[in-house]
Design a protein. Structure first.
Length: 289
């Protein structure tokens, strides 16, 4: 088993971030100097993926424009002798082969993933949610790919979340001891359970490697929570699934505190020493006021 393709769903509304997301995809929200989805594509590339499919929808054209070649801008930067900036702009278009398909109606994550069927075919694939940045030493997707190839099974990244937040996530039910092995079997999942019914506080983070069996299961899955076709409902029907606890930081850019936190944390750890210092000073000043 070899994972070469990645699918990035980026078709959902960013309702928690309105009005910013009224005319702009939430996946284009900047974190420092890059839009969120660029971090996601870069994670896929640094995980050994050479083919990316982005699931878009109405109002998401800015995503395609971002990864496209920009002749006018390149020409202008070239003429102005701004070679550093020119290189940065060129790098984006050269990152990887990106394909697009549009989800016609917003019927949930499961429905969005079904749009990948034709492109992915009969291969396992990595799935990375386009509004979630994961910062970790080893790219999260690379770790999942390695385990999926070793076990020849679907593998999901999971993270312990505060119990009062379980109802915002897909949650895992783990039979054995999570600490006994780094990539452990998961018995079941439940999408957005009320706290009292949640089997654990191990939540699906938005990074998956899935076997192609998922497509048939999605076709058979009925609408679930929120009247949407839920990916989690198809995952629970897979013959076997494993989980890996996330070692790194996850930022769900669709909500304002997480987006702010991503900017601050990443500015403080950025290679640019001047930027670290400037941000540290701003925070210090605010705290002193
Ligand atoms: C989706 C998935 C959920 C997962 C979450 C991670 O939910 O359905 O299982 O835990 O992403 O962010 P959404 O956030 O789209 O409601």
């Amino acid at each position: 088993m070899q994972v070469n393709k990645a699918v990035i769903p980026a078709a959902g509304f960013g309702t928690r971030f309105l009005p910013v997301t009224k005319a702009q995809p939430k996946e284009m929200m900047p974190v420092l100097d890059k839009p969120t989805i660029q971090y996601v594509v870069e994670e896929a590339v640094s995980s050994g993926i050479d083919d990316v499919l982005i699931i878009t929808g109405r109002g998401k054209q800015a995503i395609e424009a971002h990864f496209d070649k920009s002749y006018e801008l390149e020409e202008e930067l070239k003429n102005a002798g701004k070679t550093d900036r020119l290189d940065r702009v060129r790098e984006i278009a050269d990152l990887v082969d990106i394909h697009y398909v549009r989800q016609k109606e917003r019927n949930g994550l499961g429905d969005a993933v079904l749009y990948a069927r034709k492109h992915v075919g009969d291969e396992p694939f990595a799935l990375l949610l386009g509004d979630t940045i994961i910062e970790s030493e080893m790219p999260c997707t690379r770790e999942l790919v390695q385990y999926a190839e070793e076990y020849e099974e679907s593998v999901l990244s999971l993270e312990r979340v505060p119990w009062e937040r379980v109802e915002s996530y897909g949650v895992a039910e783990v039979g054995g001891d999570v600490d006994s092995e780094p990539c452990f079997p998961v018995e079941d999942f439940v999408e957005k359970p009320p706290r009292e019914e949640a089997p654990s506080n191990l939540a699906i983070t938005g990074r998956y490697v899935l076997t192609p069996e998922i497509f048939d299961l999605l076709e058979e899955t009925e609408k679930g929570v929120g009247g949407e076709l839920q990916l989690t409902d198809a995952i629970r029907a897979l013959s076997s699934v494993r989980g890996v606890e996330l070692s790194g930081d996850r930022f769900d850019i669709g909500n304002i505190p997480d987006w702010l936190k991503a900017n601050i944390e990443m500015a403080l750890t950025h290679d640019d020493g001047e930027m670290n210092e400037a941000v540290r000073q701003i925070i210090q000043e605010q705290l002193n006021e």
